[in-house]
Design a protein around this ligand. Sequence first.
Ligand SMILES: NC(=O)c1ccc[n+]([C@@H]2O[C@H](COP(=O)([O-])OP(=O)(O)OC[C@H]3O[C@@H](n4cnc5c(N)ncnc54)[C@H](OP(=O)(O)O)[C@@H]3O)[C@@H](O)[C@H]2O)c1
Length: 260
Amino acid sequence: MAPPSITLIGAGNAGYHLGRRLRATGSEIVQVFSRQPAKARELAEATGAQPINRLAEVKAGAGLYILAVSDGAIAPVAATLRQRLPEDSAVVHTSGATPSTVLAPSFPRHGIFYPLQTFSREREPNFSTIPVCIYSPDEELEGQLAALGRQISNNVHRIDDEQRAILHVAAVFVNNFSNHLFHIGKVIVEEEKLPFELLLPLIRETVDKIETNAPKDMQTGPARRGDRKTIERHLAYLKKFPNFEAVYEVLTESIHQEKT
Ligand SMILES: NC(=O)c1ccc[n+]([C@@H]2O[C@H](COP(=O)([O-])OP(=O)(O)OC[C@H]3O[C@@H](n4cnc5c(N)ncnc54)[C@H](OP(=O)(O)O)[C@@H]3O)[C@@H](O)[C@H]2O)c1
């Protein structure tokens, strides 16, 4: 079965990488939409698509419409597209946090094409290992999404709305929160005129260890050991960073609670 032709709505971090990967693996990208002409043009050039800046320019007839727009924009963009496209158009979004049902009022053939990775424009992702979470209440569309997922990755999963919402909570912890903790570490060492690079081997080993061990078993440090004196010293230092002090206290207590 030939892959469906695709219109990509959104040229942000996710749309940029998804569009280029789909094109590189054989998909025809018909149009790329961004309200910002330069962004639409750049991605359209990379994917051989037509750049457009107004939703009114979206053409009917693509095999699949992928909405890679901010979560809050998914429903209103779908409603606007519904005024242009036939009701039986296949429309999916790429959000981990948003149920597929937000598309239902506009398009009965709707679904999810959620790549579970953190995308930034300036970083080239290794797509073949990225879990692609697909779902549709329409069996035929779900089959097409699974095939499209396998086209760009060796790691495709059917994950329904409820499971995906919970998966997204876990993803926030392991990515957004850990990245924020790296930020805190950077602010602290740089406050003391030390380079952040000093911490990089530690960060790498923290991640490498949990490939083969449970994170809880790999926990070390004063909170794990119950070393109150060290904890008090750290909290005294953190008085100059009240926001970070609060984070330290919450995480210390959480590690303590999970110890047994
Ligand atoms: N980045 C990630 O790591 C990642 C990973 C997996 C899934 N996702 C999901 O992918 C989706 C896009 O995220 P992102 O990280 O790519 O966001 P982003 O870089 O902030 O880009 C957001 C895109 O949404 C468009 N947009 C926002 N409001 C709009 C509106 N009212 N009408 C039309 N377009 C609008 C923006 O359009 P303009 O270009 O016109 O400003 C931009 O193209 C989200 O649902 C997100 O949950 C993101």
